[in-house]
Design a protein around this ligand. Structure first.
Ligand code: SAM
Length: 240
């Protein structure tokens, strides 16, 4: 039987035990109908997979004993994707693929050409949780609150490197980008793309503007491609 994966906060792990509460508790005991003695993998967002046995099931909590802890994935770089909000819930696909590829955080934003203005963070977090379980990730990627483009630009200074995918860029591509650093961010526009003044604002704040080639990619394609290119350069797509 496949051992299912659950995610908790680091605070839930202490003295060789893990306490599972909330939605993950409900999923474990009401949906999967797990009982005492059942096995589970529990991750606390530190790259460690805790192989556990359920010891106790209470009204709204389960206590699991850690049988073995395995360092599954030690990340050297934190990667944030700022993704322009998309229509018809197309950001769901971006979140799902970003989690599968190993992103740490997805932050949706609204820019001048955005057609969509509503975003459900709860929905995004649910998609991230499902994707992390499906791909066997040892981390639970975070989904941020919806931000304005001004907020995104103001956060550029917090990163060692920011790559800004701009459909009007003809020269610079990621091949020659200097990706040394612990904290990297990618910025990809919405269906309507970026205004030149938005690109200039981001560039003035230190973002490196890059092209993704001659063809205009759909926003969701551009996010996936830029994530994959960056993660590959960082060695995050190597197995070990
Ligand atoms: N409205 C734009 C146009 O028609 O020229 C298209 C925007 S594209 C659908 C959405 C976003 O994907 C862009 O803002 C950019 O961030 C990224 N993107 C798509 N194709 C790209 C390319 N060839 N080079 C760099 N970025 C690209």
């Amino acid at each position: 039987m496949e051992i299912r994966r659950f995610f908790v906060d680091k605070s839930a792990v202490a003295d060789g035990k893990i306490v599972v509460k909330g939605d993950e508790f409900l999923h474990m005991t009401k949906v999967l109908r797990y009982k005492v003695g059942f096995k589970a993998i529990v991750c606390a967002n530190d790259g460690v997979e805790n192989y556990c046995t359920i010891e106790e099931i209470g009204k709204d909590y389960a206590i699991l004993k850690i049988d073995e802890s395995v360092v599954a994935d030690r990340k050297n770089v934190s990667l944030t994707l700022y993704a322009g909000l998309l229509k018809n819930n197309k950001l769901d696909l971006v979140i799902q693929k970003a989690v599968e590829l190993g992103v740490d955080r997805v932050v949706p934003f609204i820019s001048l050409n955005s057609a969509e203005t509503k975003f459900s963070r709860e929905r995004g977090e649910r998609i991230a949780l499902e994707a992390a379980k499906q791909c066997g990730s040892a981390y639970l990627s975070k989904v941020g609150e919806l931000e304005s483009f001004e907020q995104v630009v103001a956060e550029i200074k917090n990163y060692d490197k920011v790559l800004f995918a701009y459909e009007g860029e003809r020269e610079n591509n990621i091949k020659t980008s200097d990706l040394t650093g612990q904290n990297i961010a990618l910025i990809v526009g919405c269906e309507g793309g970026f205004k030149p003044e938005e690109m200039r604002l981001a560039k003035d704040k230190g973002a490196e503007v890059v092209t993704l080639g001659r063809r205009i990619l759909r926003a969701e394609t551009a996010s996936i491609v830029l994530l994959a290119l960056t993660l590959d350069r960082l060695g995050e797509l190597d197995y070990d």
